[in-house]
Design a protein around this ligand. Sequence first.
Ligand SMILES: Cc1ncc(CNC=O)c(N)n1
Length: 221
Amino acid sequence: MEEKLMIPKWVNKHNELYTAATRHPFTLSIRDGSVVFSAFKLWLGQDYIFVRAFVPFVASLLLKAWKESDDDSDVEVILGGIAALNDEISWFKREASKWSVSLSSIVPQKANLEYCRFLESITSPEVEYTVAVTAFWAIEAVYQESYAHCLSDGAKTPEELKETCQRWGNDGFGQYCHTLQNIANRRLEKSPEDIVLKAEAMVIRVLEYEVEFWNMSRGET
Ligand SMILES: Cc1ncc(CNC=O)c(N)n1
């Protein structure tokens, strides 16, 4: 069957990498209950730093949507994303205190620094809205798919980690990711070849950064 929407086509084409990001040994260990809590705490501290850097990226996307989008509802969707991140930062602080993780003394690891630097590079006005919103979809979708899997039938996720999985694995966040995918697909359909190619390259890079990010929790970076 010929798939005309770009994102499903890319997920299919780059399935090995997509699966590496969304079925990573770290999240699979949460799902099967074998996760080492020190790995989870490491992830928690590093992700807090990432999310702080993610906010200005999403703010830059809001600006691009406002300037370039043909559909007013895009701005509202992205604004909703920023509001959710405000909540998320408070959640990280509460969760860190529960696990006795001191957020002020977290040193970002190499994979995290590189991912944050990449995010900063795509805040540039030179990066088109279509390319940036595709990156945004990919970043959110990895977490949604990874953590929803930890809550699906047969999961043995430890009770202490269920709230974390819910944060990104809940149906509302799933719906939100779907909306982002629709925005990206709609834009890509109307885009010239060079933008489409840049967006595909962006998806690949995001997936690679996400794999490296999960790898930190294994102490391999
Ligand atoms: C490394 C990484 N990727 C995606 C997300 C999910 N977006 C916002 O929370 C995240 N928290 N961390």
